[in-house]
Structure formats: C-alpha cells, structure tokens
Design a protein around this ligand. Sequence first.
Ligand SMILES: C[S@@+](CC[C@H](N)C(=O)[O-])C[C@H]1O[C@@H](n2cnc3c(N)ncnc32)[C@H](O)[C@@H]1O
Length: 248
Amino acid sequence: MTSRWTNEAAIRQWNTSATRESMEAMAENGDFAKRNLVNPALLRLLGDVHGRRVLDAGCGNGYFSRILAGRGAQVVGVEPTDNMCAFARERETELGQGVTYVQADLTRMPDLGEPFDAVVCSMVLMAIPDWKPAMRACVAALRPGGLLVFALVHPAFEELWGSWREHGEYRVRRYLEEYEVVGLAASDFHRPISAYFNELASLGCRLREVAEPGLDPAVAAEMEPTTPGIDGYVHLPNFLIVSAEAPA
Ligand SMILES: C[S@@+](CC[C@H](N)C(=O)[O-])C[C@H]1O[C@@H](n2cnc3c(N)ncnc32)[C@H](O)[C@@H]1O
C-alpha cells in the first residue's frame, strides 16, 4: 500500500537517511550498482553531453551532475532534501564546475529558465509516491525533441539480491499491485513497468531505447565469496534504464 505516503513524507525520509558518511562514500561515482550497471548505461543513452544543457532531476548528493559537468555539460541539479542539496552545493564550491543546484520537489518544479537538451532522472521516479507529476515536469523541462533518460530499480526484479541469495532464483508474488518497498536508506514504491511506459506515451514521448544491464560475470565471480547472491545480477537485470524523446 502506498496510500499513507505523501511526497513530503518521502522527501523527509530521504533527508533523514542522508548522513554525511553515506554522502561522502558515494560522492564520486555512486555505489557499486551505480558504478557497474547504472552509470555506464545512463552515459551511453545520454550520448555526448558536451555543451549541452542537462537537468539532473532528483540529483541526490550530485555525483552524476559532477560526472556530466566533467564531460562538458551545463548542468542544473534539482534536489528537494536539505542535506543532499547542501552537500552538492558544498562540492560545487570546492570544485567550481559551474553546476547550479536548485532545492525543489520535482512535482512542484520551479522555473528553471531555458529548456534543457536532456533530462536525466536516475533512481528517482520509484522514490516518489505520487510520481506522475514528476515525470510530466521532466518532459516539460525539455526542448522539443529533447532527451529524457530515466533509471529505475527494475520493477520486475526489485528484490533481486535477497531473493537470489535465499532461493538461487528470483521470486515475486505481487507484481501487478502498488506497494511500498522498504529500503536501507528510504522506501521505494513498486508499480508495474506498464505504469511508466504508459505515462511516457500519454506525454507524447517517443521511446528510443530500453537498457537492462547485467553484471560482468568476472566482477560477480570476484565478489561472490564476500557477497553471496551477487551472481543474480549477471542473470537478471536489477535496473531498467529508458531513453525517450519529448514531443517535437
Ligand atoms: C535513490 S536516490 C537517487 C539520487 C540520485 N539521482 C542518484 O542517483 O544518486 C532518490 C532521490 O530522489 C529524491 N526525491 C525523492 N522525492 C523527490 C521529489 N518529489 N522530487 C525530487 N526528488 C525527489 C531523493 O531526495 C533522493 O535524492
């Protein structure tokens, strides 16, 4: 059940979980899954960002904004939590990459000026209880034909690691329902894949590519002794990464 959740309550939970230690640990390239699975797919689907105006929607500690700025993009990061937004701004003061951080809820997007060539929204839509206005705001921020790239924990394999470790396969019981997925940092909200693709279609977007990256078997073999169950990431995709064009 997701009905007891408001977007404000979800943001408060993210703010509480964003400790200095956790933000420092993931400040460069994100966590293991981001480094090995999500970042390469996002960057490939975004293509050459040099000189492009890019919005990092729900940017968290800002690590991906910094990666994009390092590749020559003009980046605006939007993040609603006090802690992560302050951390991202602090890093910007140190690095001077020219990234602008705006503290805002995507479902109440402020005016961000000129339209964007691309919007990246990584691991955010499934963190928002009432998420459709957020996807709508991402598409509205684009220039005609601009590119939306979003990453989700794959709705068909959300609890992959735990399930694989316990059963040696993936088990799912309630795919078609909407429900809260309690996470280590904060809750996500399960909804079927069709919810995301149908919303994209209703916004007039044209699907360009869907990526379901698998883990390199050599990386999994190295980690298996200390991280039992990681082998599941080789066989099933824990992340769904989508690129689509805004209406022309
Ligand atoms: C899993 S984190 C991902 C952060 C970042 N994109 C990354 O990949 O590291 C989820 C992010 O969604 C943000 N978030 C939650 N609700 C939001 C909302 N309504 N508008 C914008 N961001 C939101 C959280 O504050 C958090 O930074």
